[in-house]
Ligand binder design. Structure first.
Ligand code: NAD
Length: 261
């Protein structure tokens, strides 16, 4: 149990963020949830389950909001033990149809936001020379996937930020790692599939383990990287949580034939 340890999770109103906040709370962390959306419902559910949680709503890409978060953490906890940069948005469009505004919004939420959280809340960790930051990237941060130029570039950038801060802060007690999930069954996936972009079968056929990631699969990997007792010398990794997607260079018919065996 992680008593007396504080974690903050961005994008915690639903999906991977809410599942991660719930898992960390079950492990004994005090958890601060943040999201653009109201947090009353998840906060009430977590409190009813006996967990110590707080919530602040705002935009992670707004420097003033991140400064408000940092002031709250300084006043109540001194510094975080764990920061999970999970908030993110997708954008599925051919590159030639992506507007500068769409590109910039994705960069602001998926890359500027985590940078600001690291700068202000990681800065507090540095003063205590203790902490773990986990950035939620994607396999799209390690490979190209068509029709996702802004999203993929933002996640590649987030992995670059992870590498850089691991190098810059590792010697001062702050570890910085990333998880790289494959496709996860969340509201984001439902919204992305809606316009007929792809189907469940497209994803399951591509994954050696023949299924989507669950939010719990990703939350468990985040909790592992957060915990210095089990991952204390792991710094700067981009951990795939993808059922083997990145490892598999088989062509589709060969992969599907392996399932018949
Ligand atoms: N769903 C997938 O298939 C998948 C795959 C790989 C990586 N990811 C990444 O995992 C993370 C979580 O994704 P999810 O599937 O749970 O998505 P989701 O859309 O279900 O949840 C994302 C949450 O982030 C919040 N959010 C969005 N913009 C914000 C902002 N500017 N400030 C604060 N909060 C904001 C949303 O309100 C929402 O609650 C994202 O970074 C996403 O890119 C998702």
């Amino acid at each position: 149990m992680h008593l007396n340890r504080t974690a903050l999770v961005t994008g915690a109103a639903q999906g991977v963020g809410l599942t991660t906040a719930t898992l960390l709370a079950q492990q004994g962390y005090r958890v601060i949830l943040t999201d653009l959306q109201p947090l009353d419902t998840p906060l009430a559910a977590l409190r009813a389950a006996g967990h110590t949680v707080a919530g602040l709503s705002g935009d992670v890409s707004a420097e003033a909001f991140v400064q408000t978060l940092a002031a709250y953490v300084a006043e109540h906890h001194g510094a975080l033990d764990v920061l999970v940069n999970n908030a993110g948005i997708s954008c599925i469009l051919p590159a030639e149809d992506t507007t500068a505004e769409q590109w910039q919004r994705v960069m602001n939420v998926n890359l500027l936001g985590p940078f600001l959280l690291c700068k202000y809340l990681g800065g507090q960790m540095l003063q205590r020379r203790l902490g773990s930051i986990v950035n939620v990237a994607s396999i799209a941060g390690l490979r190209g996937v068509s029709h996702r130029s802004a999203y993929n570039a933002s996640k590649h950038g987030l992995i670059g930020l992870t590498h850089t801060l691991a190098a810059e802060w590792g010697g001062r007690g702050v570890r910085v790692n990333a998880v790289c999930p494959g496709w996860i069954k969340t509201e984001m996936d439902e919204a992305d599939q809606g316009p007929g972009n792809y189907s469940d079968a497209d994803i399951m056929n591509r994954v050696p383990m023949a299924r989507f990631a669950s939010p719990q699969d990703v939350a468990a990997a985040i909790a592992y990287l957060a915990d210095p007792t089990v991952s204390g010398f792991i710094n700067g990794v981009s951990l795939p949580v993808d059922g083997g997607w990145l490892a598999d260079a088989s062509w589709d018919t060969l992969r599907l034939r392996t399932r018949e065996a």
